[in-house]
Design a protein around this ligand. Structure first.
Ligand code: FEO
Ligand code: CA
Ligand code: CA
Ligand code: CA
Length: 606
């Protein structure tokens, strides 16, 4: 109520009201289609989806489970009206995938299906002539699946070191699989970046490690002490830390994929550090060097950037491509330290606005590691370069980086260069023994999260200092602690737990949520970041029961979202589903990608 279809250019739609409908609810005058579902065959030879007779071999050629990050890349020339969709498959929900699933005793086939349902998908999509509809093209020559058992290569300072060698990979360079790919990014040189996030959950028996240094490292990364939830360690010893102590060091990286080359081996870029990588979003310096912003999604963990020492080469030549595939192996990794400008006594943990009117201040980027083929340099006392690379969290601890409220996705504005960081929530802040509110993280027991706006000094992304302020303090607008960049709060949509962020062609920020604490479903929102309507947040869609909203992409003609883990409610199973999306009653619930467009054929939000 109070919000109309006027709005900033790009955001002129009637907002969707908060709701708990088991569907994707979109604004009036819009239409939608399901672009691709879990299990749809994409690779040549893959069979159609049959949930009652699923096999690992079938799954390895089908779209994976729990789609999160999405990227759309152009397919030019003869392929007009086609784009290449790249998707992350973060994790599996076995109870919602298998009938009569026994979590204490998974079968080998179930485990191998789960391995094949993790990873990445590349699938060409066909645009509709008249609308924003997209249709997956099965068996396209660029379609590809990468799973928990595909080959990946380690590059950068940790590659080939003792910390990443295993009994089957004495060279320490060849890793099988990518796990828990959450959000990601798209590079200006035509590759995609994928954050390996909660990799710790797949590795068990860390409690059996007796060496105190190693035990402390495993603990800092939350590697499972006993049996893991999925019991993979029973089926492959590399998931058993007691038997293969370094395998977990080979996960928790940023993966770079060249989706245009079906034969390319994706790289794990160790110069960018190892932590629970939510996302990795690059921008270029004025002289063409990529800078990648990255969050570590854990309560009280850090925010990072990597500044390449090499300039990107333009064009599609083979030489340019080969050069650009080395950009993320050479450069410097930094961690952020933020200082507020309001007296600490005023930050009382309630989110009450400070007397200077803003949660804001300055910050410094602290150098951790410089990577180069001529030698890697640690900037952290008492740690070698490879230790900083593999145990980056410990390096951040040593240099006193700022403990944030779960840094999720990040996106630099292509127009202003300002960087927007989603801090999703931190219900532990201010609890006994835990750090209390700070100006950048101003609420104790923070349920709803905030979005921080970071402006590099002199707009130089390679610099070592920045200014920051909170752009959005999420929650019910009637809650006095909330803040929408100063926009009148009776004219905005409620929002809780921001997770993924993206920009539209007009320079508006779009935010998807995960874990809404306001009693309604998660969804997607758009907000102006500049002009008179800065802070006018409007909800564009909501997702079905139990789902989070991921991977938003806003193009002129369409809004694309990944509906992740629909029906994921405690106690739900295939037999007792808590959602019937997308195919209705009696059909298995399937994580899927959805496209939304305007019925009148006009561009989104204009
Ligand atoms: Fe996978 Fe941080 O969300
Ligand atoms: Ca202030
Ligand atoms: Ca996320
Ligand atoms: Ca999340």
């Amino acid at each position: 109520a109070g919000v109309n279809a006027q709005g900033a250019r790009g955001l002129r739609f009637k907002p969707v009201a908060p709701n708990t409908a088991d569907q994707v609810t979109i604004p009036e005058g819009h239409e939608q289609n399901v672009v691709i579902r879990w299990g749809d065959p994409i690779v040549k030879g893959a069979p159609g989806f049959n949930p009652d007779n699923q096999t690992a071999a079938a799954q390895a050629g089908q779209f994976g489970y729990n789609n999160d990050f999405l990227s759309l890349l152009p397919l030019g020339g003869d392929y007009e009206r086609q784009q290449l969709l790249v998707a992350n498959h973060e994790y599996t929900d076995e109870q919602l995938m298998f009938k009569a699933y026994d979590p204490a005793n998974p079968t080998r086939e179930q485990v191998e299906i789960a391995w094949a349902a993790h990873g990445l998908s590349v699938v060409a999509v066909q645009e509709d002539h008249r609308s924003g509809k997209l249709t997956a093209i099965s068996r396209h020559r660029l379609n590809r699946r990468l799973t928990a058992t595909s080959e990946f290569r380690l590059t950068g300072p940790a590659a080939g070191t003792d910390l990443v060698k295993t009994s089957v990979d004495a060279a320490g360079t060849k890793v099988l699989g990518t796990l828990n790919n959450c959000a990601g990014g798209t590079t200006p040189w035509g590759t995609t970046l994928h954050g390996e996030e909660n990799f710790n959950q797949y590795f068990g028996n860390a409690g059996q490690v007796t060496d105190p240094t190693q035990a402390a490292r495993l603990k800092r990364y939350g590697v499972t002490a006993g049996a893991t939830e999925r019991k993979w360690e029973r089926f492959d010893k590399r998931f058993d830390v007691a038997q293969e102590p370094n395998e977990s060091h080979r996960h928790g990286w940023v993966v770079e994929l060249d989706p245009y080359d079906v034969n390319s081996v994706p790289r794990k870029r160790t110069a960018l550090g190892r932590f629970k990588h939510e996302a990795a979003q690059p921008r270029l310096t004025e002289d063409g060097r990529p800078v990648v912003y990255m969050g570590d999604d854990e309560r009280f963990d850090y925010f990072y950037k990597f500044v390449s020492s090499k300039q990107m080469k333009k064009g599609d030549s083979r030489a340019a491509k080969e050069h650009n595939l080395t950009l993320l192996d050479e450069g410097t990794l930094y961690v952020a330290k933020l200082t507020g400008d309001t007296p600490a006594a005023e930050i009382d943990g309630t989110g009450k606005r400070p007397t200077d009117g803003e949660f804001d201040g300055s910050g410094v980027w602290i150098k951790l590691l410089t990577s180069s083929p001529s030698g890697n340099v640690s900037h952290v006392e008492g740690m070698t370069a490879e230790e900083v690379s593999v145990f980056t969290r410990l390096a951040g601890d040593k240099v006193g980086a700022t403990k944030m409220d779960r840094p999720e996705d990040v996106e630099p504005s292509p127009r202003t260069g300002r960087v927007y960081i989603a801090l999703t929530n931190n219900t532990d802040r201010g609890k006994p023994g835990k750090e209390g509110a700070t100006e950048a993280n101003p609420r104790n027991l923070n349920k709803h999260g905030q979005i921080l706006e970071l402006a590099e000094n002199f707009d130089d992304p390679a610099g070592d200092g920045f200014a920051w302020r909170l752009f959005l303090v999420a929650g019910d607008p009637n809650d006095p602690a909330t803040y929408f960049a100063g926009f009148p709060k009776d004219k905005v949509s409620p929002i809780s737990c921001p997770d993924n962020v993206a920009f539209d062609p007009h320079g508006n920020l779009w935010i998807s949520t995960d874990g809404n604490q306001l009693g309604s479903h998660d969804g997607l929102f758009g907000v102006a970041t500049a002009g008179e309507r800065r802070g006018e947040l409007k909800q564009f869609l909501t997702v079905p029961r139990g789902a989070e909203t991921c991977g938003p992409i806003i193009q002129d003609k369409r809004v694309l979202v990944a509906v992740q883990h629909p029906g994921e409610i405690d106690g739900a199973s295939v037999e007792k589903p808590q959602s019937v999306w997308p195919d209705g009653p009696g059909k298995i619930v399937r994580p899927s990608v959805v496209s939304v467009w305007r019925k009148d054929g006009k561009n989104i939000g204009v």
